[in-house]
Design a protein around this ligand. Structure first.
Ligand SMILES: [Zn+2]
Length: 443
């Protein structure tokens, strides 16, 4: 195999060790080799490898990515090595728009309203540069693959709607060779008979999936019908915002499940949020989850934005807003956790760091045991990779060498953010390095 070589020793691999990990500790260390951007071998070591001359620790390169890219033999000294993280639900186009858009009430409806006004003042270049900034920030935390939804504001005219699409396509081109990005078109839900051609045109430009938010539509059924017809015509998969509401009566997911079966789209449909599932009675929630399982639907939980936007009408014991995370996983539904919005009217915080999202997922679902930490790791790695159809994902010989090495030694430390250094490798090179340092006064 030609190309750049890597030889790594003393790596902790919780994604390979799986449930055998104890208390968030990894049970063993590994030696790995890669060449030409492909994993060649992954061998379990017998204890710690003292290393030979030439094996250098990552910190010694500081943040000099170019110099690190010359290195072959690396001693991780027990650090975590994870497959490149997969953020399957972002809104890169909206990132960092908080200052322009604002959100006084902190509700979903004001966020949508304010952004739809603010976007009219954004140039294509401004949207593109914010998208690149958000994507690179996510990359720096270890995310090597992103699925981003894109707004499509046809109500403001065709030029406005296509401004975001063009910005997104140019941003993806600019990020070529660094990370993989997939786009979902948020189809409008009004005047469906007038928007068909524009939606088709946008999809044909290179948008990968059909999306939308039918629970917000004046006629959700008509919106869902439109989306599935468009999916049939274009052959594109579907990824929908669904039931992002505290109202237990919000259950468009049931209709989405029915349509998925009717159109034979099992395994090609993802639904995001499902907040109302938590507000339903137990029997109702069980029935909805069963419908989803029967239809082979994937799901994504977005705890940061749910904690921020949901429960706004509650006093005292405010609901968390997240879906039934453990129940969905227990039902065998492929449930990922993702970032959603970053520093925009939908969510004023965030940085595209899936370790932070993993911690929030753990808090909101009460999943903090050792096995839970492993399950949550799968929600930011293998499950979203499956949702995105990545067939050669993960640390195994023959698969692309995409990885993030962290300053921490265990998942529990990783989710806690105790040593937040990151070394991110994808597409045959080290892409980003963050080295955390701390000192205390010496007296
Ligand atoms: Zn979203």
């Amino acid at each position: 195999m030609e190309g750049k070589r890597l030889h790594i020793i003393n790596a902790a691999l919780p994604s390979v060790e799986g449930e055998s990990s104890q208390c968030g500790q990894t049970a063993g260390l590994y030696e790995l080799t890669a060449a030409g951007g492909v994993w060649q071998s992954i061998e379990r070591q017998n204890g710690i490898n003292p290393g030979q001359p030439g094996f250098i620790c990552l910190e010694s390169y500081g943040t000099n990515v170019s110099e690190l890219n010359e290195a072959v033999c690396l001693d991780l000294q027990g650090k975590l090595l994870l497959p490149g993280l997969v953020d399957v639900h972002m809104h890169l186009d909206k990132a960092f728009s908080l200052e322009s858009a604002g959100n006084k009430s902190g509700t979903l409806l004001e966020a949508i309203h304010n952004y739809s006004h603010a976007v009219q003042g954004f140039t294509k270049e401004a949207i593109k540069s914010r998208m690149i900034k958000a994507a690179l920030m996510a990359l720096s935390y270890g995310t090597t693959t992103v699925r981003s939804h894109l707004d499509f504001h046809l109500a403001g005219g065709k030029e406005l709607a296509f401004r975001t699409i063009e910005a997104a396509l140019e941003a993806r081109e600019a990020l070529h060779g660094k990370m993989k990005i997939e786009y979902v078109l948020m189809t409008p839900y009004r005047e469906l008979d007038l928007i068909q051609d524009a939606v088709r045109e946008a999809l044909d430009m290179g948008i990968d999936l059909i999306g939308g938010a039918p629970h917000l539509a004046p006629d959700p059924q008509a919106s869902i019908d439109f989306i599935y017809k468009m999916a049939e015509r274009t052959g594109k998969p579907v990824d929908l915002h669904a039931d992002e509401s505290d109202d237990p009566a919000a259950r468009t997911v049931v209709e989405i499940a029915r349509m998925t079966k009717q159109y034979g789209m099992q395994g090609r449909v993802t639904v995001d949020h499902l907040c109302s599932l938590s507000a339903m009675t137990e029997p109702d929630a069980e029935a909805v989850i069963q419908e989803m399982a029967d239809a082979g639907i994937y799901a994504v939980t977005l705890p940061a934005v749910n904690l921020y936007l949901q429960g706004r009408g509650d006093k005292g014991l405010v609901r968390r807003g997240t879906t039934r995370i453990r129940e969905l996983l227990d039902a065998g539904i492929g449930l990922a956790a993702a970032s959603d919005n970053i520093q925009d009217p939908f969510h004023p915080y965030g940085r595209g760091d899936l370790a932070q999202i993993a911690a929030m997922t753990s808090y909101t679902s009460h999943m903090g045991g050792a096995a839970d930490m492993q399950r949550i790791l799968s929600m930011i790695t293998t499950i979203p990779a499956t949702i995105m159809g990545l067939k050669t994902y993960g640390i195994a010989p023959g698969n692309p060498c995409e990885m993030v090495i962290t300053g921490e030694d265990t998942l529990q430390q990783f989710y806690s953010g105790t040593a937040p250094s990151r070394w991110v490798y994808s597409q045959e090179q080290w892409q980003a390095v963050t080295v955390h340092s701390r000192s205390y006064i010496d007296r």
